[in-house]
Design a protein around this ligand. Sequence first.
Ligand code: GSH
Length: 345
Amino acid sequence: MNGFLGKLPCIIRSALIGLLFLLVNTASADTLEVVKKRDVVHCGVTTGFAGFSAPNDKGEWAGLDIDLCRAIAAAVLGDASKFKAVPLNSQQRFTALQSGEIDVLVRNTSVTQQRDTALGAIHAGISFYDGQGFLIPKAFGVNSAKALDGASICLQTGTSNENTLADWARANNITYKPVVIEQFNEVVNAFAAGRCDVFSTDAAGLASIRVSRLKNPDDYQVLPEQISKEPLGPFVRQGDDTWLNVVKWSLMAMLNAEELGVTSDNVEAHLSSTNPRIQRLLGVTPGAGANLGLDEKWAYNIIRQVGNYGQSYARNVGMDSPLKIPRGLNALWTDGGLMYPLPIR
Ligand SMILES: N[C@@H](CCC(=O)N[C@@H](CS)C(=O)NCC(=O)O)C(=O)O
């Protein structure tokens, strides 16, 4: 089957595998029960993208996406460390979800109509709003993406970046030479060695590559334009609404906690809060946990062990991190951003 599938274009291959998966698995889809029995969440992440999912100095996986893996583990198993990071390159990620190798894909993955429908996958919220951009050596001497006509552009196989760039170039009458490489390390090395003029992927990813992968970050710049919307979020398998809810509401718990000013440091004190919203979030007033098939301390455990969304953002990609990405669209709606936590009631 691999030989036959291997000859098909990537999207058709993924769609076929998705269909096969759905036919085989619809009846037995109960990821929550599987995870509870296994006592560990299998979380699909990148092969190493600093700020989002990468091993830190101590060799432990860390990042904004990893914090969501940890949050799901805390909600379901009461212990944020009970997750296994399964590193996947861009090309492998949906197949790993379809085959059951992972329970959830938490990796800078853009929600698109095709991915949300035809691959047997469905998104469970947006954890980071991004847009596709361009990283160039300053010596290249341009300040606008429109000046990239004729450039060679490095991209990774299996990303939405390939099609988005092609659409944008066509619409703007720009020609370019795509240099498409499957493994992330190899794309970075190709760019660093000057085998392409430009690297194009999500802007936050480019900020991460610039700071963590290039020898002299100051010799490079991310161009100001973004050519697309890239709403990044976790994906689960279609047909498993209970698990979809667990993942979705774990993210919502982190956002609600930020909105309510509940942090990992003050959550203990908030247990005696008289605010009914905080009482429901922390399980002091029961109900939300039972609705999800979880312990009433599900959100308390997330906040205590992982923190709220703002804390996770600041330490991984924001001002307390090397990336220093402003909150921008990822600020709460009350601060002019798009993060609008759905109410827990
Ligand atoms: N958001 C885009 C791009 C995400 C993506 O996969 N980016 C590449 C960087 S070019 C990546 O994260 N690679 C890491 C890896 O393969 O481990 C998508 O969902 O396709």
